[in-house]
Design a protein around this ligand. Structure first.
Ligand code: HEC
Length: 134
């Protein structure tokens, strides 16, 4: 009898787990980069020429969703769920440079991966520019 009850408990835990995982992918909560991303060094940190190159790329490729001022209010972003990130928010700026780089590289949902379209250098230039919204 005891083992039957245990089995029941395990079975309900499995169901609960599956439901909560399903739910979290559906609602797409806070996007967290893996810890390994925090270890990536920004080779362009403090490089102002790189930051202005990042600005150019941002205007061409990112502002349409993230907005000219980084507030996540770009024209093409308004209908998206979740909304494009607002780079002026502390919770975004708290990310390490490596984590931001990783997110640009990997993408998620409507935020596509820029691994193929932008070089590593260009992605770091963007990280530098995103910091200016702080
Ligand atoms: C088609 C609209 C769109 C474009 C274009 C776009 N993004 Fe995004 N971006 C999003 C959306 C939507 C999210 C939120 C994704 C999520 O949380 O699942 C996001 C999230 C992000 C994040 C993660 C913020 C965080 O910590 O949660 C970064 C960084 C980012 N975008 C950078 C960029 C950069 C740099 C570019 C240009 C190369 C760019 N994005 C272009 C829609 C876009």
């Amino acid at each position: 009898m005891k083992s039957k009850n245990q089995l029941l408990i395990i079975a309900s835990l499995v169901v609960l787990f599956t439901v909560s995982v399903g739910f979290s992918t559906m609602t797409q909560g806070k996007w967290v980069a893996p810890a390994s991303a925090d270890k990536l060094e920004n080779p362009l940190k403090g490089d102002e020429a790189a930051t202005s190159k990042g600005k150019k790329i941002y205007k061409q490729m990112c502002a349409i969703c993230h907005g000219m001022k980084g507030k996540g209010d770009g024209m093409a972003g308004s209908a998206l769920k979740p909304k494009p990130a607002n780079f002026t928010k502390a919770e975004i700026q708290e990310d390490s440079d490596g984590a931001i780089f990783w997110k640009i590289t990997e993408g998620r949902g409507n935020m596509v991966s820029y691994k193929e379209t932008l070089s590593e250098t260009q992605r770091w230039q963007l990280v530098n520019f995103i910091r200016t919204f702080k």
